[in-house]
Every structure is written in C-alpha cells, then in structure tokens.
Design a protein around this ligand. Structure first.
Ligand SMILES: Nc1ncnc2c1ncn2[C@@H]1O[C@H](COP(=O)(O)OP(=O)(O)OP(=O)(O)O)[C@@H](O)[C@H]1O
Ligand SMILES: [Mg+2]
Length: 368
C-alpha cells in the first residue's frame, strides 16, 4: 500500500523531533530511513504505525487519512531492533499470534493459521524449529521469527526498526541479502530504519537521509551516493574528505597554489572541496594536492593512506591499490581528485570529474 507522509511535525514536550517531514512511499517499495542517532527515524516509523500521533501534518494510507485509523486498523507489521518475541510461546505460536488474536469474524480457521505460519517459517528458512522457544534460538533466528510474525497478518506496510542492529556484522550481511530476496518475493511495502549507510545503499530501492528531524535527501542509492545534495549527505554516505579551498578566476586553489581543478562559472571566494578517498589519481609534478603520508593501513583490497596536506587542515585519506603505494610513513604523495564536489554556504555549486588516467606513478619515499 502507498503511504504518504505530509508536512509532519512531531514535538515531545516542546522539543521538535520531526519538522515538516514529507515523504511518498510507493506501493511495494523498500525504503530505507538512514540517519545518525536522534535524527528522528524511529519517531517517523512510530508515526506511520500509529504508535504516536503527529503534532501537525497528515499521513495517508492510499487515499485514506490514517489518523482516523487505529493501530490495528492500519494493519502494520513491526519489527524492532531488540527481539520482542513472546518468551513463553513457541516459534509457531509467536508467528501465529497476530492471527490468533483477531476477532472471531476475521480470524482464519486454526488449521489455516497453522498452515500460514508454517509457510512463513519456510520463507524465513526456519522450517523444523517451530516447536522451539525463543531462548533456544540464535539472535539472527529470533529476528527472522520476528519478521515472519510481522508478515503473518499480511500487513499493509512492514516497518522494520534496525531489525539487525544487535547482530554481528557477518550475520547482518546475510540477513540483509535475505531480506531483499524476501521483499522481492512478497512485495510488501517496507520501511527499514538503519544508521548503517552500507546497509541502506545495498538494500533499498530508495534511501531517505535524515538529519536533525528533517529529510536531507531522498533518492535511489546511486543518486544519493553520486549526487549528494549537501555536505551532510556527502559526509554521511561513504567516506569523504573535505578541504577549505579558494576559487579564483574559475580555478580551485588550496593554500597558495592552484590544484588543477576548474569550476569555471563560479565567483571568486572561499568554498569547501569534497572528494572520496578512492576518487583520486596520482600525478607527477605541480598543480595538484601534495603532502606527506602520516599513516597507512591495508583494508581488504586497497591501501588507505593518511596524507597531511598542510598545517591548518586535518589530514585527508586516499585509497590506492596496494601495489601502487607503499605504506611507508613520510613518503611524499601528489594527487588530484578525479571526482569532486564544491559546496559553498548555501549548498553544492559545482561538481567535476575527469577520466581517471593510469598515470603509472608509484609512491616513492623521500628518503628523509
Ligand atoms: N518519547 C519521547 N519523549 C521525548 N523525546 C523523545 C521521545 N522519543 C524520541 N525523542 C527524541 O526525539 C529525537 C528523535 O528520536 P528518534 O528515536 O526518532 O531518533 P532515531 O533517529 O531513531 O535515533 P537512533 O538511531 O538512536 O535510534 C531524539 O532527540 C529523542 O531524544
Ligand atoms: Mg531509533
């Protein structure tokens, strides 16, 4: 079912947890709400569920104003970060719960409830465990039971609040892939909360980036990653470097030199240059960024180098194939961003990219 959130404001006391939030969630879509702690993700989810009511604004389920509907009438499936299974009930009874408590006129026959619950357990790959109690399951298995339970009522919308938050990284990764597969098979409209950007980008059809009770950007994972609309989104999605630079006659200067990047139509003045650690090329000579390597570490297939570019700015991080970079401290390295973005007070003003060329330049220790 389609969900439309319109101009929602939510205050707790006098503190606004959400301010003027509007969002259209399409039927069958998997949307991730992504943002730092306290940005309002759970609050938005609880408002959609009807567990909170908005201070201002309206939420529509299809064409109907949901504020006129109770939590039950909204028919929501909800999964929380911390397992909320009924400890005294078996797995099967947990999954059947939402159907068992329906009023008699809407409750399926007992055999039908059992059949549906067993089907769902098969879907979440827990067949055979239906007689166990939650205490006899691993964390990942419990969350899968919680998901099966949420889906049992054939919800209009499935709301998942960091369902894998308490699990270790490997299990999270597996469950993430699995959740996407289940979503593709069942087609439930799903809103998924996470503060893990990798999880959001990998899983969602669209990502909603939130900060301080407001939506910063809504877009496909590619949009968000490649065209972040604000420094906040740029910094929050993936790793990034930012440098204070100056524009002068269409050229970008760092400290006392131009660095070989142009922003032709921009007026002179200060700006902030953003680039990602892997969007760089090594260059030979001048007209670039250059500094000394202050630390290096190998991360899986690449080497990450911390480079000090000047006294006044924090070091930047660049990423190179290991064979292109020794990890020797105090090597000198010269490079230029191949993809970058400039932001000035009011937002982004220019972005640039050049075809990355293989310059064939290796990092060489300076010998000092
Ligand atoms: N019941 C409440 N009473 C008072 N303030 C609240 C209540 N619930 C949330 N808040 C406040 O609203 C803001 C948003 O909280 P919310 O739980 O939505 O954040 P979140 O994005 O889910 O964070 P996290 O990633 O830590 O779960 C926070 O500043 C929080 O302290
Ligand atoms: Mg939360």
């Amino acid at each position: 079912m389609e969900v439309r959130v319109q101009n929602i404001r939510k205050e707790f006391g006098r503190y606004p947890a959400l301010e003027d939030v509007s969002l259209d969630i399409r039927s069958g879509e998997l949307v991730a709400l992504l943002g730092p702690s306290g940005s309002g993700k759970t609050t938005l989810l609880r408002l959609i569920a009807g567990l909170e009511s908005p201070t201002e604004g309206t939420i529509f389920f299809g064409d109907e104003d949901a504020s006129k509907k109770s939590v039950q009438q909204r028919n929501i499936g909800f999964v929380f970060q911390h397992y909320a299974l009924f400890r005294h009930m078996t797995v099967l009874d947990n999954v059947s719960f939402g159907l068992n408590v329906r009023p008699a006129n809407r409750r399926p026959q007992a055999a039908e409830i059992r059949r549906r619950a067993l089907d769902l357990l098969e879907l979440v790959q827990l067949s055979g465990l239906e007689k166990r109690y939650p205490a006899q399951l691993s964390g990942g298995q419990r969350q899968r039971v919680a998901l099966a339970r949420a889906m049992a009522v054939e919800p209009n919308v499935l709301l998942l609040d960091e369902p894998f938050g308490a699990l270790d990284a490997q299990v999270r990764k597996e469950l993430r892939k699995w959740l996407r597969e289940i979503h593709d098979r069942t087609g439930h409209t799903t809103v998924f909360v996470t503060h893990d950007q990798e999880e959001a980008l990998e899983l969602a059809d669209r990502v909603v980036v939130m900060s301080k009770g407001a939506i910063e950007q809504v877009g496909t994972p590619d949009d968000i990653y490649d065209h972040p609309v604000s420094p906040f989104v740029y910094g929050f999605i993936g790793q990034s470097n930012c440098l204070d630079v100056t524009l002068s006659r269409g050229e970008i200067w760092f400290e006392d030199r131009p660095i070989g990047l142009r922003a032709a139509s921009e007026p002179d003045g200060p700006a902030t240059l953003y680039f990602r650690p892997h969007d760089i090329e090594l260059v030979d000579g001048c007209g670039c960024l250059a500094g000394l390597v202050t630390a290096g570490r190998r991360v899986a297939g690449t080497r990450h180098l911390e480079v000090s570019l000047g006294r006044t700015q924090p070091p930047v991080e660049i990423e190179l194939p290991p064979e292109r970079a020794s990890s020797t401290d105090h090597s000198r390295v010269a490079f230029r961003p191949t993809r970058w973005k400039l932001y000035r007070g009011a937002g982004d003003v220019a972005r640039g990219s050049v075809q990355a060329q293989s310059s064939g330049i290796e990092l060489a220790p300076t010998g000092t």
